[in-house]
Design a protein. Structure first.
Length: 363
């Protein structure tokens, strides 16, 4: 299998060489990029700007984003805040701007001005690197805090057996999931860097003391019987977090939990000849029930590429099959299918699209 591509949020996107760019250049550069890009390209611009300029790039990014017909202030600010530095750099933003006709302004600089520009660039790089390292440390701490709360939640507030309207409606069985046994609140505070569980009379005390308005650093999940949890583990089997699925089918993750590289396995992967990868729990369970092949829930199509690469490294003899979502939108686009097919081509694996009833795929 050829595992060679970077997939960002399901979008195959190579990064591009950097061009020296100053903060003052941003607004004119962004004028050459439509703010009505598709979701993945818009996110790539966000990631590239934040990787290069950190919080200093927010004003120019916000001004640009407001030009979109679909602009939502709350959603946009949440995306900016949650975007981490990664493989997407300012080079991608510059590439998109050049496609829109932007050309860097040629400036004649004196030797002293060139030295000052290099010094400014280096100072910004060091400042941004310090921000990235601090952010990575906070992320690691919060991942571990959520992991600790998850393990306690699974052991003290759930049962292996239970009922779920969602599972009954989807006509799938519970495989390795846990059913909430009594009401519990999971609260997460990234300023204090801690997670807490509240039950019984403490739930009322929690809500009585909840600040109004609630700060962005504070989030919580109210979990009640009828909801079940899908534990999410890395390829080594270490549980990091969970997905909750309510009776109505609402799916939630704890804020600041680790999702990247995490999955839920149904059936044994050891010595498996075939492993099916699907996004959601019901599709994954349906594939397993129809074929009895080992099946892995990857949560979303972007994470699917990471899981496929990890499984190929750990189980090189197993053949991987991607069971993608086939859900056409009103505008005729089918992003789930398109992304799964793109990942399949780049990773050298088969992409199929199960329907009800699930049809077996020839080995």
């Amino acid at each position: 299998m050829a595992f060679c591509m970077m997939v960002i949020r399901g979008w195959p996107m190579p990064d591009y060489p950097k061009t020296s760019l100053q903060l003052d250049d941003l607004k004119s550069l962004l004028m050459h990029i439509s703010p009505d890009l598709n979701r993945d390209e818009w996110w790539a611009v966000t990631a590239g700007l934040k990787s290069e300029f950190g919080e200093e790039g927010f004003d120019a990014w916000e001004h640009w984003s407001k030009g979109s017909k679909a602009y939502d202030k709350g959603a946009a600010e949440s995306t900016w805040k949650s975007t981490k530095a990664g493989k997407i750099t300012i080079g991608t933003v510059i590439h998109l701007a050049k496609e829109g006709g932007w050309r860097p302004e040629k400036k004649e600089l004196t030797a002293a001005e060139r030295r000052q520009q290099r010094a400014d660039d280096e100072a910004r790089r060091k400042k941004r690197q310090a921000e990235i390292e601090a952010d990575e440390q906070r992320t690691l701490v919060m991942h571990q805090a959520v992991q600790g709360a998850t393990m306690r939640l699974l052991s003290e507030f759930t049962n292996a057996r239970g009922k779920s309207e969602y599972l009954a409606r989807k006509q799938v069985d519970p495989f390795g999931v846990r059913f909430i046994s009594k009401p519990v609140v999971l609260s997460i505070d990234d300023e204090l860097q801690r997670c807490d569980l509240w039950t019984g009379d403490d739930i009322k005390r929690f809500f009585d003391n909840l600040p109004n308005p609630r700060p962005d650093s504070h989030s919580f999940m109210m979990l009640k019987p009828g909801t079940f949890l899908v534990p999410l583990a890395d390829v080594e089997g270490v549980i990091w977090s969970f997905q909750s699925i309510s009776p109505s089918g609402t799916k939630l993750f704890p804020k600041h939990s680790r999702k990247s590289g995490c999955m839920h396995c149904i059936g044994s992967l050891e010595d498996a000849e075939l492993i099916v990868l699907a996004e959601g729990y019901s599709t994954t369970a349906s594939c397993f029930m129809a074929t009895e092949w080992a099946a892995v829930m990857t949560v979303d199509v972007g994470n699917m590429a990471k899981i496929a690469t990890a499984l190929h490294g750990r189980y090189p003899r197993a053949r991987l099959i991607l069971a993608g979502d086939d859900d056409p939108k009103p505008d005729g686009k089918n992003p789930g299918r398109a992304q799964a097919e793109a990942i399949g081509r780049e990773l050298g694996v088969v992409a199929v699209f199960p329907r009800v009833p699930v049809q077996q795929v020839a080995a």
